[in-house]
Ligand binder design. Sequence first.
Ligand SMILES: [Zn+2]
Length: 202
Amino acid sequence: MYLTWLTDARLYEVLARIDDDLAETARRAGCLVCAGVLHSARFPRKPRGGPAELPTGYDRRHSFCCAADGCRKRRTPPSVRFLGRKVYLGAVVVLAAALRHGLTGARVARLRQLLGVDARTLERWRHWWHRAFAESPWWKAMRGRFAPPVPASTLPGSLLRRFAGNGSEPLVAFLRFVAPSPTSSDGAGLFEGRRRPAEDAH
Ligand SMILES: [Zn+2]
């Protein structure tokens, strides 16, 4: 079921509109340092793992630069399309990692065929969810919202299943929920000073 969501073109349209809203909210709030006006300074992304025809705009991530002289602080709003610095689309990183739990050789082969994701990458994503995400202060603060508790050992699937809806709606709700988390977002510069190149690259 999860993999059919990834072939639904409407999913990518919805995610693009949510990102537009998140960007507009950030722009209107202005610079967090000096309250200056923000100018668009999007940067290029080459997302992997999506359908052949992604909606326009998927080659760019929303980002802003403060227009004030002497500040020029960059602000990158949260994104439901891109998860941190990972080169794959956020939806793919969630669903492939959700499927990874108990994956058979045949399903790994299918993921590789559909998404171009190999077993090593899947394993890295699984570790990212179980370590960087599960052990983040953000998740530790948020997990109390869920009852019964969300088992960390089966993230992200265990969290994904807590969101209800038709079709890919649970995935959209999941991505909206995790987008502002520091581990998922480049935005607040929280990676700075403790960057993990091995994880950032995938
Ligand atoms: Zn500023």
